[in-house]
Write a protein that binds this ligand. Structure first.
Ligand code: NAI
Length: 403
């Protein structure tokens, strides 16, 4: 089958196995090169002996979770287990990019002597938690780090059977702002109606800290967290301009819940000398973030400004800094006043934000986006689905089941 890209409402429906493999190879190559040659001095040398050796990544097949897995393996040599929700390929249908990424990563990591395996299924379910626990027992014994990086539109509560849906909406009043679609640079006005109270509650159920807590409680009870084990979940804050739809919207409420869960989890982990953190990461194009209204326009401006200042990073570079500059050094773990790790520090620099704001004010409805890097955002979005690599023959007739 000839695999072409198909994007509908900022969601890619296909993925290319050879391209996903190339994406993985590039991320691994960047981490290896940085760790060994220390070319970019802003990214510290890894300290092998303090890095985790057995890592569970929940949501480790794309975006920030995938990068966490790559960084854990290729800076500390960690054995890793991923839990993610995937569609497998068939003769006539491509798999999710996460499936191809996982196959490519695991082949490579295993070749280099690391253990790497996955549990595919619904991370919110009891069955997948049990299967994962068994896998940890069988393959790793215990884990030193649990990364929680799920981004999901819905959650089936395993105890009640109720399905909750997350929505990206403002609270109380409609929010109108300029926006662009990934495939079209014409700036439009977007209005998003406010969420109902029920939708706020449901979004917290899906993207808040409840399921993270269930995972950690369960692994702790089963004795699968090693002495000093840490757990990290990811959050976002961003600029004032996106507050109504993000930080002060439904997802922001869920992130507040996630952040509050960290301190409760830290208290529980004291028994094994462990700790729970939330890390606030940079806005980057992923399968999850591309569908947040208004955010693609912000990202297009942010990418351009950060590239001009030589500050732009990918998920892997963000997580490399998180591990080697913050979590696993010989010094104290640096947090903000709320106890959060911050790798959104470069995004939130005053001169970066002032420049993004200045450029935002130049945009006009019905006109093409100016002074932004929508092409860069789109190129990254295509690459995370395996498209747009110049050395891959996209006309080739290939079997979508083979990575
Ligand atoms: P993503 O869409 O690239 O990754 C989500 C992962 O969750 C995938 O591995 C997917 O398979 C897995 N997943 C989703 N539903 C699942 C389920 N029911 N069972 C098992 N696995 C499931 O998303 P991204 O952007 O990497 O997001 C991860 C976390 O990072 C989220 O909490 C997000 O809010 C946060 N974050 C994202 C930022 C961004 O700009 N992309 C910025 C800061 C934080």
């Amino acid at each position: 089958m000839i695999i072409t890209k198909k994007v509908m409402r900022n969601v890619s429906l296909t993925a290319h196995p050879a391209g996903c493999k190339r994406y993985i190879q590039q991320q691994i190559a960047w981490v290896k090169n940085q760790a060994q040659n220390w070319e970019d001095t802003r990214y510290p040398k890894p300290i092998e002996e303090v890095l985790p050796k057995r890592v569970l990544v929940i949501g480790g097949s794309t975006g920030y979770g995938l990068s966490s897995r790559i960084v854990a393996a290729y800076t500390g040599g960690a054995d890793t287990i991923n839990v993610s929700f995937e569609r497998e390929p068939s003769e006539k249908k491509t798999a999710t990019p996460g499936w191809y990424n996982t196959m490519a990563f695991e082949q490579q990591a295993q070749k280099e002597g690391m253990k790497a395996s996955s549990v595919f299924g619904d991370a919110f379910s009891i069955a997948i938690k049990e299967e994962t626990a068994q896998k940890i027992k069988d393959e790793l014994g215990q884990v030193d780090l649990v990364i929680y990086s799920l981004a999901s539109p819905l959650r089936n509560d395993p105890t009640t059977g109720v399905t909750y849906r997350s929505v990206l909406k403002p609270l109380e009043k409609p929010f109108t702002a300029l926006s662009v679609d990934l495939g079209d640079d014409v700036v439009k006005q977007a209005t998003i109606d406010p969420a109902t109270e029920g939708q706020v509650r449901e979004t917290i159920k899906v993207m808040g800290g409840e399921d993270w807590t269930l995972w950690v409680d369960y692994l702790l009870k089963e004795g699968l967290l090693a002495e000093g084990a840490m757990t990290v979940a990811y959050s976002y804050i961003g600029p004032k301009i996106t507050y109504p739809v993000y930080r002060e919207g439904t997802i922001g409420k869920a992130k507040e819940h996630l952040e509050n869960s960290a301190s409760a989890l830290s208290s529980k982990l004291e028994a094994i000398g462990g700790k729970a953190f939330v890390s606030v990461n940079k806005a980057l194009v992923t399968r999850a973030s591309a569908v947040i209204p208004v955010v693609p326009l912000y990202m297009a401006l942010l990418y351009q400004v950060m590239k001009e200042k030589n500050l732009h990073e990918h998920c892997t570079q963000q997580i490399y800094r998180l591990f080697n500059d913050q979590l696993y050094t010989k010094g104290n773990i640096p947090t903000d006043q709320e106890g959060r790790l911050r790798v959104d520090d470069w995004e939130m620099l005053e001169d970066v934000q002032n420049e993004v704001e200045r450029r935002w004010a130049l945009q006009k409805e019905g006109q093409p986006l100016i002074q932004g890097d929508l092409e860069g955002v789109l190129a990254e979005y295509e690459q995370i689905h395996g498209f747009g690599f110049p050395d891959i023959d996209y006309e080739a007739d290939i079997d979508p089941r083979i990575v």
